[in-house]
Write a protein that binds this ligand. Structure first.
Ligand code: GLU
Length: 543
């Protein structure tokens, strides 16, 4: 093994010293206390598009874990791949976290002592880590052009093989392991394009305890020599991720299952940099599966299958396409969060409804399942219904006001609260209030045909005219007194209630369902009640 050199880094951004420790080196961060480390976790999305609900769940589990352990939750933007950068994605991520109540303690847009938190702004600090890996034999320069590698890929495919830049192929390729040191220097000095690759060691078993999956092991012979750094000065995800987790003193990495194959490389990077002692513990979350239970829930599934997969509205900057979203579909953030929390985690009890505080209290990584979690869009609605019922009529009225305003309706607030209170239990979403209550604000334009056919008889109009005349005589226009007058009148006439109740309802609301008829009469007012009954008698002409 090459004896590592001691490297002192003095930049303000990373106050680290590499200290020789036997054959290995150990990096101690000057601002960390190595003894009892405060829990620090990060959500590290790449701004390559809108955050999918799976990403929000990763953020949520990180947040819950941090808060449960009195730790910090960071937001780091991993934007090293500038080709995949999508304008607006970063703002979208931040707004989504805020809407969900997952406010970072540190990060892009939130400040903190470990910044900058956007990797593109940390660019100058990664090269020394790459150089260190090269100088100590853990990495090498590779000069093979994209075209040359493509050609090798094609040749391999033709022979039904897969090309991989690894310990089996690296010695036949154009890199600093095969070229003379002089030639390598020449190429570097002449500005030739290169990448720095990790030199995957031969036949080592990398074993680790994933906090969710338990023991996981990989043999390095199966792994390729991943690119760590490019000649444009940008690190790749792997190097930047490990360096930043180290410098930001991250104690636990909680991320999606798709990153599990990167774990052995990351472990080896910590080892090669001599920072294994403060390496974070890993946890890989299960996939979120499509409603049918098979296959990963994709960004496209929402629009295809008719449910949202994004937290907030997303307008594709290229195509202008708009995707459905939880917020704009009318979900309450607490319903969305409650539903997400149970996608892959269970409290070990029958409890299904959790406030954020209850989630923090109950959350435990060991109760996260290993296998995929099936997403059920009906369950998401069910949660929303629950939170809808938890709100007071006053709260719901405030949320419903903008919908009324759009329709040009300015209601009396007290009346609105009463109306909302009456129909709340029939609603899953705030927007459902209109469907359940429109007749309080507008007279019906048409009457449900089926009901007309079955309930409107030859003598109905005559009876309803008589009832409207009775209503004109009711002096105290309150549900109770209207009902009393009506009942007395019906008894005196010896008319069956069944023959007129539905037709009156039809006249007032246009259909056969809705809240208490006399409450409706009271709320729409005496004149309007009478006018609607008369109008129905005119309009409903039996064939
Ligand atoms: N930037 C990676 C992503 O987009 C982060 C993976 C990790 O958490 O290590 O998901």
């Amino acid at each position: 093994m090459v004896r590592p050199k001691t490297l002192t880094i003095t930049s303000d951004m990373d106050k680290c010293i590499f200290q020789p420790l036997g054959n290995a080196i150990f990096v101690e961060n000057l601002i960390s206390t190595k003894m009892e480390r405060k829990v620090r976790v990060r959500f590290a999305p790449s701004p390559t598009g809108p955050l999918h609900m799976g990403g929000v769940r990763t953020a949520l589990f990180n947040y819950l874990f941090a808060k449960k352990h009195g730790g910090d939750f960071l937001l780091r933007i991993e934007d090293t791949d500038q080709n995949r950068y999508v304008p607006g994605a970063e703002e979208y991520i931040i707004e989504s976290l805020k809407w969900c109540g997952l406010v970072p303690d540190e990060g892009v847009g939130f400040g903190g002592n470990f910044g900058p938190y956007r990797q593109s702004e940390r660019k100058p600090m990664y090269k020394k880590y790459a150089d260190y890996l090269i100088e100590n034999g853990f990495a090498y320069y590779s000069f093979d052009s994209a075209e040359e590698l493509d050609e090798l890929r094609k040749q391999a495919e033709a022979g039904k093989q897969v090309f991989s830049y690894d310990l089996h192929t690296r010695n036949g390729l154009k890199n600093s392991l095969t070229l003379s040191p002089e030639e390598v220097q020449e190429r570097l000095q002449s500005g030739e394009q290169y990448v720095i690759r990790f030199k995957m060691p031969e036949n080592r078993d990398i074993v680790d305890e994933d906090l969710i999956r338990g023991r996981v092991s990989f043999n390095t012979n199966q792994l390729d020599d991943k690119v760590l750094f490019k000649s444009d000065g940008m690190p790749t995800y792997h190097l930047a991720n490990v360096v930043d987790d180290h410098l930001m003193q991250i104690t636990h990495v909680i991320r999606g299952e798709e990153w599990l194959p990167s774990m052995p490389l990351h472990i080896l990077l910590y080892e090669s940099l001599g920072i294994s002692e403060t390496r974070p513990k890993f946890s890989h979350l299960p996939l979120i599966l499509k409603p049918e239970g098979k296959g990963k829930l994709s960004k496209r599934d929402g629009d295809k299958l008719g449910f949202p997969v994004f937290p907030l509205l997303w307008k594709d900057p290229e195509t202008g396409d708009i995707s459905r979203s939880y917020r704009e579909d009318g979900y309450f953030p607490e319903a969305f969060i409650n539903m997400l929390a149970l996608l892959g985690w269970n409290p070990g009890t029958e409890q299904e409804f959790f406030s954020m505080d209850e989630l923090i209290e109950s959350f435990d990584l060991t109760r996260v399942v290993k296998s995929g979690a099936r997403f059920d869009p009906e369950k998401a609605k069910w949660f929303n219904r629950h939170y809808m019922q938890q709100k007071t009529p006053a709260q719901l009225s405030q949320l419903f006001l903008p919908i009324l305003k759009e329709k040009g309706i300015t209601p009396d607030l007290q009346q609105l609260e009463r109306i909302v209170g009456m129909i709340q239990e029939r609603c899953e979403f705030v927007k459902d209030i209109w469907a359940q209550a429109h007749f309080f604000f507008q007279a019906p334009e048409s009457y449900d045909e089926k009901t007309v056919k079955s309930k409107w008889k030859a003598d109905t109009s005559e009876k309803l005219q008589a009832i409207s005349e009775l209503f004109a005589t009711v002096s105290e226009w309150k549900a109770e007194s209207i009902k009393e007058a009506f009942s007395a009148f019906m008894t005196s006439k010896e008319w069956g209630f069944g023959a007129v109740m539905v037709p009156i309802r039809l006249a007032l609301v246009g259909g056969s369902s809705g809240p208490d008829l006399f409450e409706i009469c009271e709320l729409i007012g005496k004149e309007e009640t009478i006018a609607r009954i008369r109008k129905a008698c005119e309009k409903i002409v039996l064939n």
